[in-house]
Design a protein around this ligand. Structure first.
Ligand code: HEC
Ligand code: HEC
Length: 556
């Protein structure tokens, strides 16, 4: 049940603290990256958490891990946050046969499994390989929502022959989901660096077998170490398929699919209106990084997923990216082609790009490296050139906009945690008063009315509470919580969330239970002669303190 609480002395402003609390004139806090979608039913929320646990739990050889694999659980690569991107890369290999890529399946390609249950079965990149490419772990944020974008909507953005002559000719990577019958219609791929997968279930089936060596309903046979069936016979001891239904009837595949489908979209703060987005559009970034989509509403989709507007900044099409080519043909996507990645948690990403080329340094450095790598050849060339020509102000505006992608509301210092440092900045923004989306104070203007005021402060309390901070502290017992006092201007130099000059209204209430009573008397007697219950400030607890306590006996 929601807990009612009065936040300011007047009692006029009160808020309801609940999971999907509203703040600042009815605006809901955006979920943090890694949180469940808003609006899930109780049952779906339970599936999310059970799925998250499966996603993070390591398999062992006895439960089917291997014989060759890259890791023992999904989370060890998708770690930032759980279900997100990661800094671990996997290796693809094959041969370049007169410009045609062959995945060397007979030698265990194209994905290398770098670990094995025993040394005998370990895979190596075979000497025959002439193409070796590395691919970074990308993130599964809001995959239920992405999955729910209708194929036709994605296909409507296609321009394979560049009919409009803008140098950009994205096309759909049509694929057959593993769970579909061979005669089913192809689906618009959207997941993976080359849009090589259309459904979350397919990707889960693929990753479960290929990253962890767990055979399952979608891929029931093992991959042999470097294609060697004799080695497989020696090292594979668990009968296939290794993924079984649990007591509730769900397989591991079902579980991790639930989790990824119910992940929320990462936040964007401020939500709209930054000049940098206009720059982004003006130099053609949005020709591929398409901001907004609406999910479909047919096919029995959950109400938390159906008919939602989302802002992933991708067209889900594959594009010829020139020098970023990795030499790997995958399905119908060729050596040069890559899917436009989503940008919605960009500010947290390090490294960036499929090969991790943009890594380390400041965010602005990584982004500049990533954008420069879009040229000089391929479909990103014109926008990379336009970026290089931007003046200082526009460049800063663009970077500031990109830095809003993945930022939590009120996270002024960008450390992905809402605390009293952010409260201090919010209080400074209150004094400043008016703001606009380009101003850093907009990070605290949750209701986007260009004013940082008490309505936004309600949102801050919800955000701080979501982090587990106690927002109810009221050191002087005057009915206005300490955080609001600090917001209103009380100094808190030590950042402990309690005003520095707080004078307790009821100093003899040593137990803070709202009255001076026997409990306080007991506390005083137990600390007689020490400084603990010193009321008159003489450094010790004695008769004068006792007289003060008795003199203020009763409710505070
Ligand atoms: C060894 C590291 C590793 C492990 C373990 C791993 N993944 Fe991945 N994952 C990757 C990489 C690398 C990619 C990019 C693959 C590509 O496109 O070639 C990826 C991509 C994905 C994607 C598509 C993401 C996108 O943005 O399109 C999904 C979904 C996914 N993995 C699910 C899983 C699941 C489920 C598991 C556990 C069963 C898992 N992964 C285990 C490394 C890993
Ligand atoms: C022709 C389509 C296209 C255009 C135009 C384009 N991008 Fe991209 N963008 C891509 C693709 C495809 C990738 C992935 C390339 C790779 O990893 O090899 C990418 C990657 C990125 C990345 C790295 C993301 C990550 O998670 O690794 C950033 C940042 C980015 N683009 C920003 C921009 C900006 C800013 C602009 C405008 C200057 C822009 N892009 C224009 C297609 C495009």
């Amino acid at each position: 049940m929601a807990k009612e609480m009065t936040l300011v002395g007047s009692g006029l402003l009160s808020i309801c603290i609940a999971a999907t609390a509203l703040a600042g004139g009815g605006v809901a806090l955006q979920p943090k990256a890694g949180d469940p979608l808003l609006g899930l039913t109780k049952g779906q929320t339970a599936l999310f958490w059970a799925g998250r646990e499966a996603y993070a739990t390591p398999f062992g050889p006895e439960t089917g891990l291997g014989p060759v694999m890259n890791k023992s659980n999904c989370q060890s690569c998708h770690s930032n946050p759980v279900g997100g991107w990661g800094s671990i890369s996997v290796t693809r290999f094959g041969i370049d046969n007169k410009g045609e890529f062959s995945p060397l399946e007979e030698l265990g390609g194209s994905l290398l499994q770098s670990l094995a249950v025993s040394d005998t079965c370990r895979e190596i990149v075979p000497p025959e390989a002439t193409v070796v490419a590395s691919r970074l772990t990308n993130s599964s944020m809001a995959f239920g929502l992405i999955e729910a974008i209708p194929d036709a909507a994605i296909a409507a953005g296609e321009d394979p022959l560049d009919a409009d002559g803008d140098g950009i000719s994205g096309r759909v990577h049509w694929v057959l989901p593993l769970e579909s019958s061979p005669t089913s219609p192809l689906r618009a791929g959207r997941f993976g660096w080359k849009s090589q997968v259309a459904t979350v279930l397919s990707f889960s089936g693929d990753a479960t077998r290929n990253e962890m060596g767990i055979t399952n309903a979608l891929i029931p046979t093992e991959t042999a170490p470097n294609g060697d069936m004799a080695l497989l016979g020696m090292c594979d001891t668990v009968a296939d398929p290794e993924d079984h239904a649990d007591a509730e009837g769900f397989t591991f595949l079902d579980r991790v699919t639930h989790f990824q489908r119910y992940l929320a979209q990462p936040p964007q703060t401020p939500r709209s209106g930054m000049s940098g987005e206009l720059v982004f559009n003006a130099i053609g970034c949005n020709a591929c990084h398409v901001a907004q989509w609406t999910t479909g509403s047919t096919g029995g989709l959950e109400s938390a997923i159906a008919g939602k507007t989302i802002r992933p900044y991708s067209d889900f099409l594959v594009h010829d990216m020139g020098l970023l080519a990795d030499g790997v043909q995958e399905g119908d996507a060729n050596e040069q082609e890559f899917r436009t990645p989503t940008l919605w948690n960009l500010r947290t990403r390090d490294p960036m790009l499929h090969n991790g080329l943009a890594s380390g340094g400041e965010f602005a450095d990584r982004v500049a490296i990533a954008i420069n790598a879009h040229g000089p050849f391929g479909e990103g060339a014109a926008s990379a050139a336009a970026f290089a020509k931007l003046g200082t102000l526009q460049r800063q505006q663009l970077i500031a906009f990109l830095d809003s992608l993945g930022r939590d509301e009120f996270d002024f210092d960008g450390n992905r945690f809402i605390d009293t440092t952010d409260l201090k900045t919010l209080a400074q923004c209150r004094i400043q008063g008016s703001t606009n989306p380009d101003d850093p104070c907009a990070i605290g203007d949750i209701n986007q009315d260009n004013l940082v005021d008490i309505a936004d402060m309600q949102g801050f309390l919800l955000a701080a509470q979501r982090e587990g901070l106690d927002v109810t502290g009221d050191c002087d017992g005057d009915g206005t919580v300490d955080f609001v006092e600090i917001f209103n201007g009380a100094p808190d130099l030590d950042l402990d969330g309690v005003p520095d000059n707080c004078a307790p209204a009821c100093p003899a209430d040593l137990t803070n239970d709202g009255a001076v009573n026997g409990a306080d008397l007991a506390t005083m007697l137990n600390n007689w002669g020490t400084a603990v219950a010193d009321l008159n400030g003489d450094g010790t607890t004695g008769g004068a303190d006792l007289a003060m306590l008795l003199g203020s006996w009763g409710p505070c």
